[in-house]
Design a protein around this ligand. Structure first.
Ligand SMILES: *[C@@H]1O[C@H](CO)[C@@H](O)[C@H](O)[C@H]1NC(C)=O
Ligand SMILES: *[C@@H]1O[C@H](CO)[C@@H](O)[C@H](O)[C@H]1NC(C)=O
Length: 390
């Protein structure tokens, strides 16, 4: 055996050792990252569960071993609870146009939970027209699988182009030809309006919606702007969460305030309608982090879509994300939020209180429709102002 080959063999050994060392250290790093991720999730879950379950949560700085045991127990209970929260749990009494599938998922796992839908969605021919399946995309987004992974096909556009689109956000009619109706039972806006005139697909009917005051639960935009002006907190930019066809944004547009609307296309072309009114639709479900940077909007309105049907944990996430995007001195308007009377007092008022906002308006009233009477529900309309600085 000559010394050269011996040397090279030794070198090789060394090399492979260092390679192993390298692989080992990346593995350790990955493992550490994984543990850190899981731990962060578990800690936040724990925090959520304690703050939600006991009003007097223990100070985390003074933990003792006994409490650690309790913590572990709580974490396990929470995880069990969360894994039981599946889409099939949703009751049939929940309207289909609202949030149905909200549940907590560890980071980026939502898509994995729905392999069947995902598989179907990802079955397409690259570089050609995408399948006509926007309802499938909608289903995935509502289940938290978002942003969507399909990226190399062309989405379909309507066959006919509307020559002129209205400048006025409250037009007398909307062009049917600007919508792909394939997936809806209705094939025109007229049909949608005949089915239910209250969904907001007849913009001219919506004009009075944010200008009337019939009870304490109403807050006409005139009054809203006046309140803001008096508070020396001018409104220029806003976000309407779950804003349907965009009527709040439309009313604000007439007052030169720019409002974007988050909306979903469940059972009707909400996004297209917002766009046809010359407003900005954001295709965002309630459980998603708002695609807006911290502290940049003056007002956030939460309308009909935000109410007791949303799991409390989700509601807390939503409120804190709203807080994130609001600037200091900005306003949160809960417009006709409804819940059972006892829950408003015991659950929601304390939850809203966590934000530490100033109550500019706080009005409650009986929800007098059949469902409201049956469930003992109350409406809350609240205008809350974020502290100027934290
Ligand atoms: C909105 O802006 C336009 C153009 O600058 C102006 O003519 C109009 O008076 C403004 N409307 C309101 C309500 O301020
Ligand atoms: C609201 O409902 C409760 C009972 O459900 C009733 O006692 C109360 O008088 C009602 N309030 C109004 C203003 O109608």
């Amino acid at each position: 055996m000559n010394s050269d080959s011996k040397l090279s063999r030794e070198e090789q050994k060394k090399k492979s050792k260092s390679k192993m060392g390298f692989t080992f250290s990346t593995m350790t790093l990955n493992l550490l990252l994984l543990i850190a991720m899981v731990a962060t999730n578990i800690l936040s879950l724990y925090h959520l569960s304690t703050t939600l379950q006991s009003p007097k949560s223990p100070n985390p700085h003074t933990l003792i071993p006994d409490q650690l045991l309790r913590q572990l127990h709580t974490i396990r209970a929470t995880i069990n609870h969360l894994t039981r929260l599946q889409p099939s749990d949703t009751k049939s009494s929940i309207p289909s146009d609202l949030l149905l599938y909200s549940h907590l998922s560890p980071i980026a796992s939502s898509c994995h939970h729905h392999p069947d839908l995902l598989h179907k969605y990802m079955t397409y021919t690259p570089f050609s027209l995408c399948p006509s399946d926007s309802d499938l995309a909608e289903s995935l987004i509502l289940r938290g699988c978002h942003p969507l992974p399909r990226r190399r096909c062309f989405s379909k556009t309507p066959k006919k182009l509307s020559i002129s689109l209205p400048q006025n956000p409250f037009p007398n009619s909307l062009p049917d030809s600007s919508v792909i109706w394939d997936r809806y039972s209705c094939k025109s806006f007229d049909c949608l309006n005949r089915q239910n005139p209250n969904l907001g697909f007849e913009p001219s009917r919506e004009a009075s919606k944010f200008n009337t005051y019939s009870s304490e639960l109403d807050l006409p935009v005139q009054q809203l702007l006046q309140i803001a002006k008096t508070a020396k907190s001018v409104l220029r930019l806003g976000l309407d969460v779950g804003g349907g066809t965009g009527s709040f944004a439309a009313a604000m547009k007439l007052r030169n305030v720019t409002v974007v609307t988050t909306t979903m296309n469940v059972a009707a072309p909400y996004s297209e309608t917002v766009a046809l009114r010359g407003l900005v639709p954001l295709h965002v479900p309630l459980q998603q982090r708002l695609p807006i940077f911290d502290g940049v909007v003056d007002i956030v309105r939460c309308g009909r879509a935000v109410n007791r049907w949303i799991p409390v944990t989700m509601m807390e996430f939503l409120l804190f994300d709203v807080d994130r995007v609001l600037r200091g001195g900005g306003f949160l308007w809960l417009d006709h939020f409804f819940s059972k009377g006892v829950d408003l007092e015991k659950v929601y008022a304390p939850l809203i209180g966590k934000l530490g906002y100033k109550k500019v308006k706080w009005a409650t009233g009986n929800k007098t429709d059949a469902g409201g009477v049956k469930n003992g529900e109350l409406y809350l309309t609240a205008l809350l102002q974020k502290p100027l600085s934290r």
